[in-house]
Design a protein around this ligand. Structure first.
Ligand SMILES: [Zn+2]
Length: 245
């Protein structure tokens, strides 16, 4: 686990090949995404490491209901009873009314490359015992509710990676939590910088690209992706170049 403060209020935590973020202000802490099931202890201890008590957590806000973004939610809800918010369509995915994620056959195909094989092994360890988990308590947040949470967030529907994928923007500090709509790296690819996840992870590739391009219009200064390093320098230029590519 590595914690990186990227603005006055926002801390990005790198867990097992995935990031979550903590948004801290005098109202408490909003947890944005929640790592793999195997990251649960790290998610809980990251709150203490930025100087808060667990009881300061006001809510968990989820970009999408893949296992690498929801892992610590059962523990957070059980210990704290906090609400879990995501986009209205993603609520259905979180409840597993349907499932849009990489298939076992696609994972087997990834074993053909060294990077893929390492990632598959790490992923299977990180989800062990929790492959069938869902988030039955997920609920849709309206704009007022999100704005009142620590940090004050705005939902940005970004369908593609999943139909209900939702990014979040924090206007006061210009921070964009892009989840898996736009990332800056992934263990199965070698390139870094603003990019889409490999197509095997995206339910709708055209939608993913259109949503990612749309993120350039928000005026974000800091990018907190679901995978890869945060970007704090020249973000408007980088997003603009990506949107035109
Ligand atoms: Zn992810």
């Amino acid at each position: 686990m590595k914690i990186d403060q990227v603005s006055d209020s926002v801390y990005v935590v790198a867990g097992t090949n995935v990031n979550w973020a903590l948004v801290s202000d005098d109202r408490g802490v909003t947890v944005v995404d929640a790592g793999y099931p195997a990251d649960t202890a790290s998610v809980l201890s990251s709150v203490a490491q930025i100087g808060h008590e667990l009881g300061d957590v006001a809510a968990v806000v989820v970009t999408h209901a893949h296992l690498d973004h929801i892992g610590a939610i059962p523990a957070l809800v059980e210990k704290l009873g906090v609400p879990v918010y995501t986009g209205a369509e993603e609520v259905r995915h979180a409840k597993r009314e349907y499932l849009q994620q990489i298939t076992p056959a696609q994972m087997v195909r990834l074993l053909g490359s060294r990077r893929g094989a390492v990632w598959v092994a790490q992923t299977l360890r990180a989800v062990a015992g929790h492959i069938g988990m869902s988030v039955p308590m997920a609920e849709a947040a309206d704009a007022e509710t999100l704005a009142a949470l620590p940090g004050g967030l705005v939902a940005v529907p970004t369908p593609g990676h999943t139909n209900g994928h939702t990014a979040y923007f924090m206007p006061s500090e210009g921070v964009l939590f892009s989840g898996d709509a736009l990332v800056t790296g992934h263990p199965i690819v070698c390139g870094t910088g603003v990019q889409l996840l490999p197509g095997v992870f995206n339910h709708d590739e055209d939608g993913t690209l259109a949503s990612a391009r749309g993120l350039a219009t928000l005026g974000a200064e800091v990018l907190v992706p679901g995978h890869g390093l945060p970007i704090r320098k020249d973000l408007p230029t980088l997003l603009d170049a990506f949107a035109r590519s």
